[in-house]
Design a protein around this ligand. Sequence first.
Ligand code: ATP
Length: 230
Amino acid sequence: MTIVGSETLLEVRGVRKSFRSGNRQLEVLKGIEMSVESRRLTMLRGRSGSGKTTLLNLLGGLDRPTEGEVLFRGLPLQQWSDKRLTVVRRKEIGFIFQSFALLPLLTARENVELSLRMAGIPRAEWKKRVDRCLELVGLTKRAFHRPSELSGGEQQRVAIAKAIAHRPRLLLADEPTAELDTLMAARIIEAFREIVEEERIAICMTTHDSTLWGAADVVYQMVDGRIVPD
Ligand SMILES: Nc1ncnc2c1ncn2[C@@H]1O[C@H](COP(=O)(O)OP(=O)(O)OP(=O)(O)O)[C@@H](O)[C@H]1O
């Protein structure tokens, strides 16, 4: 299915990834083919140890494949210098991990603002953008609270606002709902859907929570380092 105005951001071709474990090679990814499109919520599902995090790290250029390639907007990531990769990661990709990565002494707004400062966005644009991002995740009323005054789900939503503030093309999230109850997890996915539609970015997240898969546009099922039909 082609969505009008969507763009293939990532293409994964024949990707294999091995790690050395003692004197053995452990093959974690065994020939992955997939793509991630803008304006779509893509989920990687699979059991613990199936290779989801390893694949997500390759999608974000945090690690390099042993074989095969990952193309970001048509260009192979592994041919880029570390310096160029760092710039792309900072400007075009947002990351969310299980732990919320917020600075404890800063309020929700200041945490989001920090991401704009780091991306070099002019100060004059901060207020409007922070307001918009907090609104997208439903936290306008919590803007002046510090992380310790927020629930786990609220903290994760601040982390999402922070990750999208600089308008990345791609948001990668590793088990973003793992530490949350069902209701909070649903709120996070609701925020993701809103972001995909309103901000026109691509989101790719891992999850083993079967209650969430229905909200995805695309689900890839991973079993033992391979993508198998859903
Ligand atoms: N740096 C590494 N060195 C050695 N083995 C690794 C490394 N990273 C991952 N692995 C192994 O690769 C396999 C897949 O790990 P990965 O974290 O990708 O799985 P996952 O599907 O994300 O699991 P989970 O849902 O538990 O996070 C595991 O057996 C893990 O031990």
